[in-house]
Design a protein around this ligand. Structure first.
Ligand code: DAH
Length: 340
């Protein structure tokens, strides 16, 4: 009676296991037959109704049945896993003949190309390339450059102050002072670098841009040296037919001061869309280093004189590469950069 019952359970279990098509069905068969509330457990619980002398025998039958079902379950599970694996291997093959993904190669930024060109020209004329800090003392950025405390450029609106004495430099001119403090004339240096001003972003403005400062200090330096040097510079940069024109201007740290224009390298000075019909393009500020600036930096203005200039790097890059919006220089759009 008991034996038949167990055999019946075993057969039911086997057929359920054989019909299982996924791991969940296998698991539910395991629960039905072997689980705590399963059919075999129920039989074990009813052992007390079995005559004591028959109990070992019946117990053995129950164990045999459990073992048989467990083995069947194990085998079915293994088979299922094997099939799953085969399926995955077939589906996840890698086609080694597919074309490889190309890595894009970066490009030098137009600012970098322009700066390297400017540096090459000045180094060729015996200038040294130096650098100064971007976080600067008010003293170097303003005071030592003869920019008085009430000067409009010192206004919070134009300058990023970190505290009363420390700011983000608004120009590379402080490197003039640092160089004069550190070196004895003759000095011939350029100082490229990043500068900061509290400007809104538009086609011609950015809160952060780059300048290239230049300075020459020696005995007997005159405005002719300034003119000759800068003329040579722009002829190397824009072509040997480039003409220069100086317009009087004011900078607190130079006296006299000027702005320098170059003849338009597109139309040669006739006037075109590029130079807005002017024939001339403004390119830099310059002048003879103010005697007060020399003196504050420890150089005797009776013995030495010098000239200085400040070039906007972005301006050079935009002109040279005929880019009409400065924002393009800061977006790092690969479609833009890859053209240089
Ligand atoms: N620092 C000036 C500016 O940011 C540019 C400049 C003008 C620099 C004349 C010079 C100079 O060295 O001589 O507008």
């Amino acid at each position: 009676m008991m034996k038949e019952k167990l055999e019946e359970i075993r057969q039911k279990a086997v057929s359920e296991i054989e019909n299982a098509t996924d791991p969940e069905m296998l698991n539910s068969a395991r629960v039905t037959f072997l689980g705590k509330k399963g059919e075999l457990t129920a039989i074990l619980k009813s052992m007390k109704e079995v005559a004591p002398e028959d109990r070992p025998k019946v117990g053995q039958w129950v164990n045999d049945t459990r073992k048989a079902i467990e083995e069947k379950l194990g085998a079915a599970k293994e088979k299922m896993e094997l099939e799953q694996m085969k399926h995955r291997l077939a589906n996840e093959t890698i086609d080694v003949t597919l074309p490889a993904k190309k890595n894009k190669i970066g490009h030098r930024h137009p600012n970098t190309i322009a700066l390297e060109e400017v540096e090459k020209i000045f180094v060729g004329m015996g200038f040294e390339v130096v650098e100064g800090p971007e976080i600067e003392k008010d003293y170097y950025n303003f005071e030592a450059l003869n920019i008085p405390a009430n000067h409009p450029a010192k206004d919070e609106q134009d300058t990023f102050y970190i505290n009363k004495d420390i700011l983000l430099r608004t120009q590379t001119s402080p490197v003039q002072v640092r160089t004069m403090e550190a070196k004895k004339p003759p000095i011939r240096m350029i100082a490229p670098g990043r500068v900061f001003r509290a400007d809104e972003v538009d086609a011609t403005h950015s809160p952060s841009f780059h300048q290239i400062e230049g300075m020459v200090i020696d005995k007997g330096i005159t405005f002719s040296d300034l003119k000759g040097t800068l003329q040579m510079f722009v002829q190397k940069l824009f072509g040997k037919d480039t003409k220069v024109k100086f317009r009087p201007h004011h900078f607190p740290f130079t006296e006299p001061s000027a702005e320098m224009d170059v003849s338009c390298f597109k139309c040669g000075g006739k006037g075109c869309r590029f130079c807005k019909g002017e024939g001339w393009i403004e390119i830099l500020g310059c002048g003879m280093v103010h005697p007060k600036v020399l003196k504050m930096s420890g150089i005797d203005p009776e013995e030495y004189s010098g000239f200085a200039f400040g070039i906007g790097l972005e301006r050079i890059a935009l002109l040279k590469y005929e880019i009409d919006d400065m924002r393009l220089l800061y977006e790092n759009d690969d479609r833009f950069l890859s053209q240089f």
